[in-house]
Design a protein around this ligand. Structure first.
Ligand code: 5GP
Ligand code: ZN
Length: 137
């Protein structure tokens, strides 16, 4: 098994686990962006969010919701930035779905999700909306 997150899920590699159940494991990021930086992963090895089984997807998001308050309160944070690098092109370095929960404080020097995008917008909203709706099954 070469995937590091699969190995953490299996207990083969140590991690600071904060939650473990039948579908999901949550543990502290080994190189935290802030104190309390948590990663939530499905037990099943799936590279991208859209490939998750509905049951695993439900469990993953439920767990993120369940952890958001304890993570924030444990660190005395004002909020949390919650996000997924979904695909190698986005900066995803581990090809096993993981949701980042990062505590935030006023004036912590980090930006919002909006700050990572240079806004190179070329297409009109109705055209984009129609294209997405056409792809929905
Ligand atoms: P990505 O860039 O793929 O969204 O984030 C991967 C995250 O996994 C990084 O923040 C990195 O610090 C974390 N990480 C990588 N290897 C390990 C590990 O062996 N243990 C833990 N706890 N976190 C890891
Ligand atoms: Zn894996």
């Amino acid at each position: 098994m070469s995937c590091i997150f699969c190995r953490i899920v299996a207990g083969e590699v140590p991690a600071e686990i904060v939650l473990r159940d039948s579908e999901v494991v949550a543990f502290l990021d080994v190189q935290p962006l802030a104190d309390g930086h948590v990663l939530v992963v499905p037990r099943a090895h799936v590279a991208q969010l859209e490939d998750l089984e509905p049951r695993a997807a439900d469990a993953l998001f439920r767990t993120v919701v369940r952890l958001a308050r304890p993570v924030r309160e444990a660190l005395g944070a004002a909020g949390t930035t919650i996000g997924v690098n979904n695909g190698e092109a986005t900066g995803q370095t581990i090809a096993h779905v993981h949701v980042h929960i990062v505590p935030r404080w006023p004036g912590d020097g980090a930006g919002s999700i909006h700050t990572i995008f240079p806004r190179h917008i070329k297409r009109k909203l109705p055209e984009v909306g129609a294209a997405i709706r056409d792809r929905m099954t």
